[in-house]
Design a protein around this ligand. Sequence first.
Ligand code: SAM
Ligand code: DTB
Ligand code: SF4
Length: 324
Amino acid sequence: MTVAITPVSNPIAEPRHDWRQEEVLDLLAQPFNDLLFQAQLVHRATFDANRIQVSRLLSIKTGSCPEDCKYCPQSAHYDTGLEKAKLLEVETVLEAAKAARDSGASRFCMGAAWRGPGHDFDTVLRMVEGVKSLGLETCASLGLLSGEQARQLKDAGLDYYNHNIDTSEEHYEQVVTTRSFQDRLDTLEHVRDAGLKVCCGGIVGLGEERVDRARMLLTLANMPKHPESVPINLLIKIPGTPLEENAQVDPFDFVRTIAAARIMLPQSLVRLSAGRQGMSDELQALCFLAGAHSVFCGVKLLTAGNASPDQDKSLFGRLGLRPM
Ligand code: SAM
Ligand code: DTB
Ligand code: SF4
């Protein structure tokens, strides 16, 4: 007699879209060990806990951005001593993408210091086509998009669009004044409607309270479809920006945010994103234990420093983490 084996759905890993604020605050306030244990259970229900996804960033247009994001080295509102650069040539981007692929990255993300794409959008579409043809997953982070621009990116072969909500709606205007939280949500809707995958997360360390972190996660988890990728950035305090003197985040609170993201977004790729430079190996290991399973590789993020490739090789080796 043959016994039919039907896959059993694991309720812990089923996406929910009805999270309540009290629930998230309770989650974040749990004893640390309980929170991490729960995050591991959720993580292992869907993913191989010893695999890590590796992405590579490239700034395709650097600095002189008209937006006033108070964390950002590229805003024209602040003097951060940044070396600015106009839109790169397509060939330059493809060379960088090949190098990223050869060094083990599976996704290539092109970021531009724009409020949104302008007259040179066609050049970006050619970059996307070229990077896709190298066999890499493609991602772009170009600011606010119209529905038509999102469709053009999809047609060019874009897989993911990165557009972060950064923080809670309530805290947003303390951090950005040139656009609204709703503007970000509108772009995310255009991205979804175009059939692109969504990469959307935020930053910890913007002077927010725990309740803001809870609300940011609520916004992500209560979207009709969860973002496929969720970058959790630790603020890089850039000299010259208004947030340069922000208080240090308790590292355990950062890990808690990752663990809550893992639990609330059980099937999303959670990325330990900006802020790894200067982070101890032990803290990064805790982030991985909390369910982060993606990083940016390479010495640079867009303009700021990142963990060095040698450090990563040694860390992944010591932890037995293998690239996806
Ligand atoms: N201009 C586009 C936009 O804002 O959507 C794309 C590039 S922007 C640099 C991408 C993201 O980088 C921001 O949304 C923010 O979350 C993150 N970021 C920028 N500066 C950062 C910093 N100093 N520390 C941590 N994350 C940062
Ligand atoms: C994301 O959440 N973090 C990346 C990517 N998406 C585009 C950007 C981090 C930028 C850190 C500051 C810099 O390198 O300029
Ligand atoms: Fe410009 Fe993006 Fe930086 Fe804001 S985060 S200043 S939109 S590059």
